[in-house]
Write a protein that binds this ligand. Structure first.
Ligand code: AMP
Length: 536
């Protein structure tokens, strides 16, 4: 019985099942298109995803999977992966989306640590499965999404059930998904999302200041479903009843053709995805696809990328977040004063990381004492901290909280907060360069360097210096056939940054090491150049 002190509204447990029920009921016929790795295509819709998710929930129960237990997916973006997001959560299970690019030891660690009992995988990852099978001791069943040659096929497996199923009625604070971060040091850490945090995060993603979806939106997410819950798009998209176009391969030619043919209005991916698309269009002499909106995140979107997309009439939503933040923290888009800004100023603003969506709070604190809060003056940089209902409290199986007594989670990022709430990310705490007691942003140097037409990729690290403690050294991968010298790079940087920020050396390298999620691994770069010496 409701007590008199409560309000007069209904109970409504914030579970993900509401999201898929809503999509099936209100947008049941809206299409979900998949282009598979073998080139074939299938079409289903939200009603089909809902029906298959129910069958999958029955099939998991028939395997003896219990609420709270983990099952894993090793898969690219496609409709059957989407079914699994809802099917697993619908029977109370927890989907562990495994990043196929992790190294073998990490793959062994995360699957065993999560105690995954079933693995759903793409045939393209059969070699990984074959290699890892003996080391994945907790996995009892292997089910293949797109071929039945080596394992049970997904369609046959769910096909044994009728879909007459009542979703498991658990608590809204129950877990529904787990993603591991691929830190550059130590073992990966598991971040468990809850039903409630996921629903709230997806609602936040619908804000016009975030993904700005309408029912007319057609989204081709390039951000993988195995990375940071694909930025919550599969949930926010269901809430808005949008059409999804998935591609199980990330070939720019395939993406481009799909975007044009399927009327794609929105896409989302890390900067390298957009870069590959630019290069493809340039090589083939094609225009960029006429997208309404492009979400870019995961690493800083370079200025030239933003400019080119904006000139193409595409709204750029530069977003910042991390696995620990579900992941949306901030998203950029036109602000109230947009019309009063020049094009150049609009690009400058978009090159920053946007503003917090409702639900998260940000603050910066002093890098030396990590306690005193810094002013939001658009100048002072400090350690970025965040709190909110979809921000991590504690890593999976950890014994202690990952936040302070007031709920602040230290992101490991360094940034500046502007008076209008815009976040400008300047570095990682581990990568910021301390020269003569002053901080130099390695990221700003890199961003400026990649603006040079001869530069394909740049990474800046602080190298020990006898007088200044550390000084920046810039490692550069040249564009194919580019004729560029150290002096060219320095002259290119000179007007863009403070004089004392200019790198002490520019080193040309054939490649720059990356982490499993495609980010520059400065740790590996430092290891590679551990004997590097700068003269005083
Ligand atoms: P992950 O948990 O693998 O998604 O990595 C999160 C980290 O990626 C953040 O802590 C940032 O360092 C970086 N990151 C994410 N988005 C951006 C962005 N828009 N600009 C710069 N760095 C970003």
């Amino acid at each position: 019985m409701p007590t008199q002190n409560l309000g007069a509204m209904q109970d409504w447990t914030m579970r993900i099942t509401h999201v898929i029920d809503h999509a099936a009921r209100e947008a049941g016929g809206r299409e979900i298109v998949t282009r598979w790795a073998d080139g074939s295509e299938t079409r289903t819709d939200w009603a089909g995803i809902h029906r298959d998710a129910k069958k999958m929930a029955q099939a998991l129960e028939a395997l003896g999977i219990k609420p709270g237990e983990r099952v894993a997916s090793l898969a690219m973006n496609h409709s059957r992966h989407l079914v699994s997001w809802y099917g697993v959560a619908g029977m109370g299970g927890v989907l562990h989306t495994v990043n196929p690019r992790l190294f073998e030891d990490q793959l062994e660690y995360i699957v065993t640590h999560a105690e995954d009992r079933v693995l759903f995988y793409d045939a393209a990852f059969q070699p990984i499965v074959d290699k890892m099978k003996d080391r994945w001791t907790t996995i009892e069943h292997y089910i293949c999404y797109d071929s039945g040659d080596h394992a049970r096929s997904f369609e046959d497996w769910i096909g044994e059930h009728d879909g007459e199923y009542e979703w498991f009625a658990g608590d809204e604070r129950d877990p529904c998904m787990i993603c591991y971060t691929s830190g550059t040091t130590g073992n990966p850490k598991g971040v468990q999302y809850e039903h409630r945090s996921t629903v709230m995060h997806a609602l936040a993603g619908l804000q016009p200041a975030a993904f700005n979806f309408s029912s007319a939106s057609v989204m081709l997410p390039v951000v993988p479903m195995f990375h940071a819950a694909s930025w919550g798009l599969p949930y926010a998209g269901a809430m808005a009843g949008i059409k999804f176009v998935f591609s199980a391969v990330n070939d720019p030619a395939v993406l481009h053709e799909l975007m044009l043919r399927e009327g794609v209005t929105d896409s989302a991916g890390v900067p390298t995805v957009w870069l590959a698309h630019f290069q493809y269009c340039d090589k083939e002499g094609l225009d960029l696809p006429p997208l309404k909106a492009a979400t870019i995140g995961g690493s800083a979107a370079p200025r030239f990328m933003i400019e080119r997309l904006m000139k193409n009439g595409t709204r750029v939503q530069h977003a910042w977040g991390m696995t620990e933040t579900s992941p949306i923290g901030t998203v950029g888009g036109p602000t109230w004063d947009w019309e009063q800004l020049s094009f150049e100023e609009q690009v400058d603003k978009t090159a920053m990381q946007g503003r917090p969506v409702f639900g998260v709070e940000l603050r910066t604190v002093d890098l030396d004492d990590m306690a005193s809060e810094l002013p939001r003056d658009g100048k002072t940089s400090g350690a970025l901290q965040i709190r909110g209902p979809w921000i991590i409290r504690r890593y999976f199986k950890a014994e202690q909280d990952a936040v302070d007594a007031d709920g602040w989670f230290d992101t490991g990022d360094v940034g500046i907060l502007h008076p209008d709430g815009t976040l400008q990310l300047t570095d990682r705490t581990k990568d910021v360069i301390k020269s003569g007691g002053e901080w130099i942003s390695s990221v700003e140097l890199e961003n400026a360097a990649v603006g040079h037409e001869g530069v394909a990729e740049a990474a800046c690290v602080g190298m020990p210096h006898p007088k200044w403690d550390e000084r920046p050294v810039l490692f550069v991968v040249k564009n194919e056939g580019a004729d560029v010298s150290e002096d060219d790079i320095i002259e290119h940087l000179r007007p863009q940054i403070a004089k004392w920020w200019l790198p002490d050396a520019v080193e040309f390298v054939d490649d720059i090491p990356h982490t499993a999620t495609g980010k520059i691994s400065k740790k590996d770069l430092r290891d590679r150049f551990s004997d590097y010496k700068l003269e005083g």
